[in-house]
Structure formats: C-alpha cells, structure tokens
Write a protein that binds this ligand. Structure first.
Ligand SMILES: NC(=O)c1ccc[n+]([C@@H]2O[C@H](COP(=O)([O-])OP(=O)(O)OC[C@H]3O[C@@H](n4cnc5c(N)ncnc54)[C@H](OP(=O)(O)O)[C@@H]3O)[C@@H](O)[C@H]2O)c1
Length: 253
C-alpha cells in the first residue's frame, strides 16, 4: 500500500535493466519505496543495481527471471512476482526492443521479434498484473510507449506500429479499470539517450533517462494518464498527426 503521504512503497519492474526504469526506480527508492522486485531475462545481470537500491535504503530487493516472449508462463510469473513483493503499488513495464527497421522490412522474423516483445509481451503481462491489482484493490501500471507510436514514420514503422498497438491497448485498459482502484499511466517519450539509442543521431527534442524518470515520478504524484517527455511533444505531435501522408512521409524524422 502507498504510505500515509501517498508515496509508492512497493515496485515491480519488468525489464529492470532498462536505463529509463533504473533512473525511475532510483528516484522512487529515494522517495521511500522499500520493496522492489526486478524482473529481467538474466537475474544475475541486475544484481549490481539491486545492491545499489539496498544501499539507497530499499529493505527488500529481489530478482526474478522474465522473458517477454514467454507468454505461456506470464500468469505464473506474475503470481511469483506478487508473492515476492507481497503487495505491488506500482508495476513498470519497461522492456522493449527497437530492432533494425531495414532488417525488419526484409526478414519477417526480425519484424516479429519487435512485435512480440513490444506488443504481445505487454498485453500478456498487463492482463494478469491488472487482475492481481484489482484483487488488491489498488495499484498503478506504468507502461513505456513512445512518440513513435503516435504516428508511424517511414523510418521506423515496425517499432512504431508495435508501440501504437500497445499504447491503444493500455488506453483501453486504463478506461476499463476506472473505478477499480487500479490506474494506468502511459509514458510517451521521444528520443531518449539510453543504451537502446546508443550510436544513433539524436532526434529533435531528445531527452535523457533522468528527465523521463522525473516526468514519471511527477505523473505518479498527480495521477496523470498520459505523460509526454518532453511535454512539448504533445503539441508537436498534435500538429504532425494531421499532416497529409504524402508530405509526412517526406519529413526528415
Ligand atoms: N530510448 C528511447 O529513445 C525510447 C523512446 C521511447 C520509448 N522507449 C521505450 O522505453 C522502454 C525502455 O527503454 P530504454 O531506453 O530504457 O531501453 P534499454 O535500456 O535498452 O532497456 C530495454 C530493456 O528491455 C529488455 N528486453 C528486451 N527484450 C526483452 C525480452 N524479450 N524479455 C524481457 N526483457 C527484454 C532488455 O533487457 P536485457 O537486460 O535482458 O537485455 C533491456 O534492459 C522500452 O519499451 C522502449 O521501447 C525508449
């Protein structure tokens, strides 16, 4: 349960090696989160971060194996993760792959990898998490969508379409959960300097994992439904959404 001041006390992170997730969880532990469950493909890989959280004051930090592809076992995975946490105030779905657009246009397996991890993995974990949170009577699901899903661009439409699908799913899930005590917050960052984008030319209005984490924490405090990072992207995209396709496809974005 959140504490008397409304701060999150227990966090479950799916894709806990994500730079954005780690920046966010650090800030939450600094704000009194005490129980953290870190779900990653290779639990040993997240142990240094678990140690860091213990040093920052978290009293229970555990790791658990999680693969977004493993949809048959996501129900059991969520049960195990909730058993480790006891009670989950906040679940952050931060796993994702950018993939290689050119390869995905040639090779169906590469396109399927992006769609499976980003879309199917999100749907498959969010359903049991939302069920468990409804049983608790409270909880927040934060999902990392993307500006890329707002309107698919020629340059990365495979990734963009996977984010569009998962974003639409979470909008509907958030609507379905109104009145249950469970809240959904969709985060739509633009280009973020993380290991996912390492070596790429930054897009306009690029930002950092720290800035996304600050926006997530602020959104949690306010109960926001949709968070754009930076916030100006909301207005940029509301214009770009209406640009005719023959022009849009020629824009250097
Ligand atoms: N960086 C950006 O510009 C940007 C912009 C908008 C949205 N986002 C979204 O924000 C989220 C976090 O991104 P980030 O920038 O923090 O990226 P990141 O540091 O590369 O983290 C992504 C994480 O996803 C995990 N992952 C990949 N495939 C997985 C699978 N099959 N099962 C479980 N975990 C898997 C990876 O875990 P391993 O440690 O196992 O490899 C990795 O730690 C992603 O959903 C991304 O699409 C990023």
């Amino acid at each position: 349960m959140k504490d008397a001041l409304g701060s999150v006390q227990s966090v479950l992170v799916l894709g806990a090696n994500s730079d954005i997730a780690q920046a966010t969880v650090r800030k939450l532990v600094e704000r009194r989160a005490r129980t953290v469950v870190l779900a990653v493909r290779e639990p040993a890989s997240v142990e240094p971060f678990a140690e860091e959280l213990r040093r920052l004051g978290a009293t229970s930090v555990t790791t658990i194996a999680f693969d977004a592809h493993d949809t048959d076992h996501h129900g059991a995975f969520v049960d195990d993760a909730f058993a480790l946490a006891g009670d989950v105030d906040l679940a952050i779905l931060a796993f994702g792959v950018l993939g290689d657009q050119e390869e995905a246009e040639r090779d169906a397996a590469a396109a399927i990898e992006i769609a499976q991890v980003n879309y199917l993995g999100s749907v498959s974990t969010a359903v049991p998490i939302s069920q468990r949170m409804q049983q608790q009577g409270h909880g927040t699901i934060v999902t990392l969508s993307s500006v890329a899903g707002e309107r698919a661009r020629r340059s990365n439409f495979v990734y963009g379409s996977s984010k569009a699908g998962m974003d639409a799913f979470f909008q509907g899930l958030g609507d379905a959960l109104v009145g249950t005590g469970v809240h959904v917050m969709i985060v739509r960052p633009g280009f973020v300097h993380t290991k996912m984008t390492a070596g790429m030319d930054p897009a306009p209005l690029s930002t950092t994992a720290e800035a996304v984490a600050d926006a997530i924490v602020r959104g949690l405090e306010r109960g926001t439904e949709t968070v754009w990072v930076p916030s100006t992207l909301r207005y940029v995209m509301s214009v770009l959404r209406h640009v005719p396709r023959p022009i849009f496809r020629k824009l250097p974005i």
